[in-house]
Design a protein around this ligand. Sequence first.
Ligand code: UDP
Length: 466
Amino acid sequence: MERVKSHALLFPYPAQGHINPMMQLANILISRNVLVTFLNTDFNHQRLNPKSTDEIRFESFPDGLPPDHGRTLNIPELCETVQKHGPPNVERILENLKSSSINVPPISFIVADGNFSIFMQQIVHKYGVTWVSFWTPSACGFSAYFHMPLLMDEGYIPIKDEKEIHDQSKDELISCIPEMTALRLKDLPTFMTVTDSADFMFQYFLNAGKSTLQASLNLVNSYEDLEGPVLRDLNTKFSGKVLSIGPLLLSAGDITVNTSVWKEETQCLDWLDEQRVSSVIYVSFGSITVLSDEQLIEFAWGLEASNQPFLWAIRPDLIQGHSALLPLDFMERSKDRGFFVSWAPQSKVLSHPSVGGFLTHSGWNSTIESICAGVPMICWPFFAEQQTNRRFVDQVWKIGFEMPEEVSRENVETLVRKLMNPDDEQMKMMRKNILELRESAIQAGQVGGSSYNNMEKFLRQMLQEA
Ligand code: UDP
């Protein structure tokens, strides 16, 4: 390794969808001779079991929760506890490295998850290091959080009544957020569509959105050709300090440390090898979504009725409280067409030629991975800004369908049949749209592309300040 140019502390929110892009960013920093210290909670550190090298050091801290706590199954408690235990541990690391007898330079900049904006300002002020905020959701999700005060002034949030969200007749558009005029109330991130403004997550994101203005830079895992108007609007408010550097997936290179908190079951790739081109629908709801027994059953029978080969990732904790139980007759009927894993090597699955569609919960990583693979989606969001992503997929980029919130086997069957039908005119258009976005995603990361240039700008700024 060439002489280390600088030392960065990377601090992701302790969830799979935040660790993945942070590790992708770590890989890019390493390739530019930046030494990385990657900070996980002890809980994730034990699951990932990564090994420190000369290029990347792993540190961890206790999150204060008991071992059997569901963690991402209770996001408010996870946020609260990390807010309490994260800052003293970041300070401990900064302190240790300042007066270190080990041969490691002090930290010169911290890339912290956007969620941690609420507490980063005090730390960097005390230690004189640069703070970069990394918003791992979409730019449209970030923009929605940032515009919470505006939505409050306009009387949209907090909502008056829970029913407003589910009421189909109340689908009027919220036109006040610039460049996000397709949104309905139900497309706002779920943390803000609550009835009480004192709600913990409401306040959390309200504060995070305000505090992140203080960061030296705000990075987003997106790109100009996808979210240009939203990014430009944000930049008028952040004085040009929002940099889209994605899709990191395409520019990160090979990641050699384990980043999966569940064990990937790669045998599904062999099964995919045996399927026809574009014939398989991949089904996954990410790392946090929880289904009811009824929803699981409706998805199962809908997939069965669609007559389409499917690969379904069913996490051990997909159904809260017990393992997923699929009916025996469903298993029997789908045995030649269905393949089940508990955790898939998702980006490899999506880019496999046999995969032609994705039934997703619209998490940002899943959405961008699908775009990078050119695979159109059926969107069934669970929470957070997934609802906002769904709307953009369906109405703005036109690369997928919204599925009604209430799961029924009939809806699943109809949408899967449509998504996988090569002769459907709307689908032809969607495939064209997503292939164009895929192409522009590739261009964005190449020399001279928008994300490439933004990455260079970020690195220049960090290395100059080091
Ligand atoms: N993922 C995976 N295997 C699975 C399901 C998900 O590798 O079986 C990965 C997926 O590729 C993505 C991440 O887990 O990078 C999930 O992040 P996302 O933002 O889509 O959703 P979240 O889990 O945060 O709800």
